[in-house]
Unconditional design. Structure first.
Length: 347
């Protein structure tokens, strides 16, 4: 079967901007909504210092409020383009479109029919995000299908090196209790989708995600490409921590993995922060949820002794970019941080 020549660019390739959605409801951050708004302003400020921000806001009233907050924080509003659209949540990595290059090298937006991570019923407004963003960016929007049926997939489940290799997790895409994303799909089915829509010829499957992950093992809390042949992966040093064995298994799989050209990837380990709990929930705090910008890498930090270690490791991985920590204690109460909240738009 012949496939269109699409390519999913790596995150470190040149970007025209970052898609974000300003939080408009406390449902994802109960008890912390006020703090989260200002944490988000700081996130926007950091991104806007390097490239454009395409900011979804639920209403004109919220837009006016956010403009005032950004002005107070001395954010350059010339770097922020507002997109007015009602959403259920703010997690653009998953509900927003994935932008790929088509056979002519032009941007194409892909719609993967977000369904609330096969967990929540209130996602109907989020389903409209890809169309709205594609219209604003003046891009064609393609509904991703396989055997004539729409495919459900989140951006947080995918990590690519831009050369033909993709990493994902079995827990997210193949767990028997979570087959409501794509009932009956096998690894071969997913790999066919990856080949057609991302130009991927090699898929690396790791196992389970970290404790507290509300998305069933998204890859962007686990391991990330930092260049075309180097992968950073989180490890837990405490053998009594529930994450220990799963993360060791993932590390072993990566050591045995091959890239699209048949070579073995370089593997760099990244520590986990100490266990972080709020009320009766463990939160999915991970340094792997960093966001790569054109000349900067933003890294979530957690008031932890491992913050500095993680920042130094990532600084070594990105010698040509500034590596900046952003406090994510409030953000992670929503079960995600910087990468989960954003989606890059390539040039």
């Amino acid at each position: 079967m012949d496939f269109p020549q699409r390519r999913f660019p790596a995150e470190w390739e040149q970007q025209q901007g970052i898609l974000l959605c300003f939080p408009h409801s406390g449902d994802d951050w109960p008890g912390k909504y006020e703090a989260v708004q200002w944490a988000f302003v700081e996130f926007i400020k950091k991104v806007a210092a390097y490239e454009n921000v395409f900011l979804v806001v639920a209403s004109n009233k919220l837009k006016q409020k956010v403009e005032k907050m950004l002005q107070r924080a001395r954010v350059d509003l010339n770097m922020v383009q507002f997109i007015e659209h009602k959403t259920n949540r703010s997690w653009m990595r998953d509900s927003g479109p994935i932008i790929v290059k088509n056979s002519e090298g032009e941007n194409e937006a892909l719609n993967f029919n977000f369904n609330g991570w096969a967990k929540y019923s209130n996602y109907k407004l989020d389903r409209g995000v890809p169309r709205k963003v594609a219209d604003v960016l003046e891009l064609p929007l393609t509904q991703v299908t396989y055997n004539g049926k729409p495919v459900i997939l989140e951006g947080g489940a995918l990590e690519v090196n831009g050369k033909g290799t993709l990493i994902t997790s079995e827990e997210c895409l193949l767990h028997p209790d979570i087959q409501v994303r794509n009932p009956g799909f096998s690894k071969a089915d997913y790999e066919s989708v990856f080949k057609e829509y991302f130009g991927v010829t090699q898929t690396i499957w790791i196992g389970d995600g970290i404790q507290g992950d509300d998305t069933h093992g998204h890859i962007d809390d686990l391991c990330r490409f930092v260049n075309e042949n180097t992968i950073v992966t989180v490890v837990e040093d405490d053998v009594n921590d529930p994450n220990y064995h799963a993360l060791q298994d993932n590390l072993d799989r990566l050591k045995k993995a091959k890239l699209q050209d048949g070579t073995s990837p370089n593997i760099v380990t990244l520590p986990m922060p100490k266990r972080l709990d709020f009320e009766d929930l463990r939160l999915p705090a991970s340094y792997a949820n960093f966001l790569i910008l054109n000349s900067c890498v933003l890294v979530p930090t957690f008031n932890d002794t491992n913050d500095r270690i993680a920042l130094n490791i990532l600084a070594d991985c990105f010698p040509d970019r500034e590596v900046i920590g952003i406090g994510a204690i409030d953000l992670v109460w929503g079960f995600g941080t910087l990468h989960c909240l954003s989606q890059q738009i390539p040039t």
